[in-house]
Design a protein around this ligand. Structure first.
Ligand SMILES: Cc1cc2nc3c(=O)[nH]c(=O)nc-3n(C[C@H](O)[C@H](O)[C@H](O)COP(=O)(O)O)c2cc1C
Length: 315
């Protein structure tokens, strides 16, 4: 069972992916947050995020957000120019400004464009394509109208997040609809959505033995060490906590070097802690999120890791 690291705009930056890969490993593919065309051109931060020099040695799959086959050609050419031989097509982004313009989850209902885009993938034998999608934008059976097109396309796999776009991240994943998808999709499937623990992973793998992989986003931001716990019934908790601290400190040092001043640095660290270690001691987490200077921040972080070890809190 492969583990894939989901793309998370603003979180899984090139720096984060590189550091995760170096310090934890165990991930088959890291997907970049979507690359898109805006006002006729690529965005500078996207170009930097996929640049080969920022992704050396990391198994990265760049992701494209697109509306039609013209955008698909431009984005594929960009990825090829940067040395990639895999590309992921976003058919799941739930943000209304994206979906209402026919991109992301809004692409699913535009059958002709889906067909043209997937047909065009055959013009690039040097590139392997995958699709990451939701069940639909408004309804949980919208995917059925494109199921044949998808099944006939030469995709390496489809990653399915069983929610509809309109749900955003609310409510629960629709496992009944996933079950139908699992039975109708003839391509390799990667499951995505709300996986947080090793138990979640093993349960899913048992229920759906044909799954090629599981993609995890927020669960990995929360517990970056999850891959270390897989197939390890007696993990060395002390070692993992120490390594998590080193992971944090290395990330912090890098952020410090690239931030313009303390307030930007704190903004970035506070964003990190929105998802990082939600199960860590509550009081210590609160002190981190309330810190108003880098000094207070680093003291609060050190205290959190000390308490985690002394109180013997579960991983
Ligand atoms: C802050 C944030 C940014 C995201 N950015 C992207 C993105 O760029 N491309 C994409 O396909 N999905 C994006 N997603 C969706 C995730 O990749 C993933 O499908 C979703 O979070 C469900 O998986 P999880 O429950 O394991 O996090 C984003 C999600 C969040 C919360």
């Amino acid at each position: 069972m492969q583990l894939h690291f989901a793309p998370l705009q603003g979180y899984t930056t090139a720096l984060y992916r590189r550091l995760h890969h170096t310090m934890w490993g165990g991930i088959a593919y890291y997907y970049t947050p979507f690359v898109r065309i805006e006002k006729g051109d690529f965005r500078r931060r996207d170009i930097s995020d996929i640049a080969p020099e920022n992704n050396e040695g990391v198994p990265v799959v760049p992701q494209m957000l697109l509306r039609d086959v013209e955008e698909m050609h431009r984005l594929t050419e960009l990825f090829l120019k940067n040395g990639y031989n895999r590309a992921d097509i976003n058919m799941g982004c739930p943000f209304p400004p994206v979906a209402l313009h026919g991109r992301g989850a809004g692409l699913i209902a535009r059958h002709d464009d889906v067909q043209r885009i997937l047909q065009a993938t055959q013009q690039y034998p040097e590139m392997q394509f995958s699709v990451k999608m939701r069940l639909g934008w408004q309804h949980n059976d919208e995917w059925q109208a494109v199921a044949d097109i998808l099944n006939d396309a030469p995709l390496t796999h489809i990653t399915i997040h069983p929610r509809i776009g309109k749900q955003q991240y609310k409510g629960s994943v629709d496992m009944e609809a996933f079950d139908t998808f699992y039975n109708q999709c003839t391509l390799p499937i990667v499951y995505n959505g709300d996986i947080e623990t090793i138990d979640n992973i093993t349960h899913l793998a048992q229920q759906y033995p044909r799954l090629q992989g599981i993609m995890i986003g927020r669960g990995l931001l929360a517990r970056p060490y999850l891959p270390q716990l897989l197939n390890n019934t007696t993990p060395d908790a002390h070692n993992i906590i120490k390594r998590t601290q080193l992971f944090h400190d290395t990330l912090y040092n890098e952020l410090q070097q690239t931030s313009q001043g303390d307030s930007q640095l704190l903004q970035r660290t506070h964003a990190l802690w929105q998802y990082f270690l939600p199960h860590a001691p509550h009081k210590a987490r609160k002190a981190i999120l309330k810190s108003t200077s880098p000094q207070r921040y680093t003291t609060a972080v050190a205290q959190l890791f000390d308490t985690w070890i002394t109180d013997n809190i579960a991983l």
